[in-house]
Ligand binder design. Structure first.
Ligand code: HXC
Length: 260
């Protein structure tokens, strides 16, 4: 139970979370449900959705799951429509679906680069665009999960760096253009978060201790660190914050600790 925040801080809200079955946004979906929100989750993988829905419901939450690939606009529109049919509205959109693998630029195919940009950047736009009319009705908000990879430069991550730079641009642009509708648009840039698919792919076990010692706060992040930031940014405590991507990385990027 998250005791940093008042109980039921998101009571009455409906959250639509892409990539909401596993990893960082899986944690965010569970934290939102614990905080009183009704949660709609999407993923490409039905088995992951089933497990997450069961977990949330067994813990007293409400969850609606729909298979969707964020690259497919029609599938996104359908997921939004089904969520509204099921829960009546959408107050919060979390864009968490992301692709990643380590590869040297000279070994990355055009399709490999495009695939990650399509999932992260175009997928984020697709979901924001498809949810706009609903968010306008609720004066809702968007939370985009980004990264810090592109603040400096991260070897073997040219595709993800470009994709997340695009996500940050979307966060800033939409905050400016949709602010007049009462829609807040923010992001979170997680640093190295333990026990996630991303970290398993990006950080070989032997490098973990080396990295930990280079992080100013001397520890890896936990999914809960991102959950807490997400609860803060989507709660009324952040009602005058928009266009911000909050870095949650223990200070890591400031030291530029990539192993190039
Ligand atoms: C080189 C690769 C590759 C690899 C895929 N490709 N994996 N190239 N190295 N390891 C290339 C393929 O060769 C192909 O190009 C193109 O990408 C599409 O691959 P597919 O497998 O057909 O695509 P798809 O099934 O759509 O899967 C896309 C995927 C996805 C991006 C590979 O499966 C994926 O990333 N899943 C991981 C999800 C994940 O870990 N999410 C967390 C992200 S963490 P060609 O030219 O051959 O057709 C994150 C945070 C980062 O983003 C920050 C951390 C600090």
């Amino acid at each position: 139970m998250n005791k940093i925040f008042a109980d039921n801080i998101l009571q009455g809200k409906v959250a639509f979370v892409t990539g909401g079955a596993t990893g960082i946004t899986g944690g965010v979906a569970r934290a939102f449900a614990e905080a009183g929100a009704k949660v709609a989750i999407t993923s490409r993988k039905e088995e992951n959705l089933i497990a997450q829905k069961q977990f949330i419901e067994e813990n007293g939450g409400e969850c609606f799951a729909v298979v969707a690939d964020v690259r497919d606009y029609a599938a996104v529109e359908n997921a939004i429509a089904k969520t509204v049919e099921h829960f009546g509205k959408i107050d919060i959109v979390v864009n968490g679906a992301a692709g990643n693998f380590l590869v040297k630029p000279e070994e990355l195919s055009a399709n490999g680069f495009g695939t990650v940009v399509d999932i992260d950047t175009k997928g984020t736009f697709n979901v924001c665009r498809a949810a706009f009319e609903e968010l306008k009705k609720t004066q809702g908000q968007i939370l985009n999960i980004s990264a810090t990879l592109h603040y400096l430069a991260t070897p073997m991550q040219i595709h993800v760096s470009a994709a997340k730079a695009g996500v940050d641009a979307i966060t800033r642009n939409l905050s400016v253009e949709w602010g007049r509708h009462g829609i807040r648009v923010n992001g979170i840039a997680p640093g190295p978060i333990e026990d996630t698919e991303g970290m398993k792919r990006l950080l070989p076990e032997p490098l973990k201790d080396k990295l930990k010692n280079k992080i100013p706060l001397r520890r890896m992040g936990q999914i809960k660190d991102i959950e807490d930031a997400a609860l803060f940014l989507t709660s009324d405590a952040a009602s005058y914050i928009t266009g911000v991507t909050l870095v949650v990385d223990g200070g890591q990027w400031l030291l530029g600790t990539s192993f190039g």
